[in-house]
Write a protein that binds this ligand. Structure first.
Ligand code: HEM
Ligand code: HEM
Length: 242
């Protein structure tokens, strides 16, 4: 199976010489991530019993993030970090209006890295956080309750950073559509970009996909606390109940 350009992924008829940019795994990753981040936020705000779902969805987000990191190494052309992570020179070229390319632009790449980084920190801190009531992250048994309190503080602080980044991200997409007349959403939905000339994505075959899924699955398994020793059995009290 090829997850890059295939016959099944024909370009929409109204696009002139489109190029296949975003492979299916990258697109599935993106839209699942957007939906799950909103869902886990809502669950956290509801609180109470919904915290169980907050944690479960958070674990799924961890799986997506680990998948994307591996896919950034072994995925198809424009999904690779080496393709879109540029130094200050690339950003300067972009800001001077001379950048021409496909995939994430050098500045957009910074926001992608920031989003991925903050989400990773959010999940990592959540695994060690507690809500002071009935829910705690799956790895809390590894640390003291004071340290868990510190992680809870970090988890709350990161909420604001994440909100800012998502607002800037969606703002940039709207800016591109309304001012620069460039629709970035369609390529993220269909895979095809008609904006700039270039080569369609290649690479990121079935083996790479299985590898990324396997590593992501292992990360979720370990983060769910599966490697922790089982909690000691609860010894029933022999004292009379009156
Ligand atoms: C919580 C919500 C969201 C998060 C966390 C998020 C995160 C991300 C991430 C990490 C990427 C990089 C994709 C990759 O290379 O794998 C990305 C790209 C992108 N996102 Fe989102 N996203 C969110 C919501 C949205 C929404 C609502 C839209 C549409 C209005 C959108 C449109 C896009 C587009 C078009 C790109 C590609 C940008 C480009 O061409 O450089 N995102 N997003
Ligand atoms: C990207 C994923 C995550 C996001 C966006 C997120 C976001 C949030 C938000 C917004 C809150 C509410 C803070 C407040 O009260 O205002 C919260 C609380 C909490 N989250 Fe997460 N979280 C994520 C992942 C996780 C994970 C994986 C766990 C653990 C399994 C976790 C455990 C907790 C706990 C224990 C609280 C309660 C802390 C408190 O009482 O302030 N979170 N999270």
């Amino acid at each position: 199976m090829r997850v890059a350009s295939t016959d099944a992924n024909r370009p929409p008829a109204d696009q002139a010489s489109p190029v296949y940019v975003w492979d299916l795994p990258t697109r599935l990753f993106h839209w699942s991530l957007a939906i799950l981040v909103v869902a886990t936020f809502v669950a956290a705000k509801i609180g109470g019993n919904a915290m169980v779902w907050h944690g479960r969805i958070g674990l799924a987000i961890l799986g997506l993030l680990v998948f994307r990191i591996v896919w950034g190494l072994v995925g198809s052309t424009y999904a690779r970090f080496t393709q879109f992570v540029r130094g200050p020179t690339g950003i300067r070229v972009y800001l001077s209006g001379q950048w021409q390319g496909l995939g994430h632009n050098p500045l957009g790449a910074l926001s992608v890295l920031a989003l991925l980084g903050v989400l990773l920190l959010q999940v990592a801190s959540g695994l060690f956080a507690n809500d002071d009531i009935a829910f705690e992250g799956y790895l809390v048994p590894l640390i003291s309750s004071a340290t868990s309190g510190d992680f809870t503080g970090i988890h709350r602080l990161l909420e604001n950073a994440l909100l800012l980044l998502v607002a800037a991200h969606v703002g940039a997409i709207i800016y591109y559509a309304s001012v620069k007349k460039r629709n970035l959403v369609r390529p993220m939905l269909t895979g095809w970009d008609a904006g700039n000339p270039g080569q369609s994505a290649t690479g990121g075959g079935l083996f790479a996909l299985l590898l990324a899924v396997l590593i992501a699955g292992l990360a979720v398994w370990a983060a769910s606390g599966a490697l922790l020793p089982p909690p000691p059995p609860v010894i029933p009290s022999t004292a009379p109940t009156w």
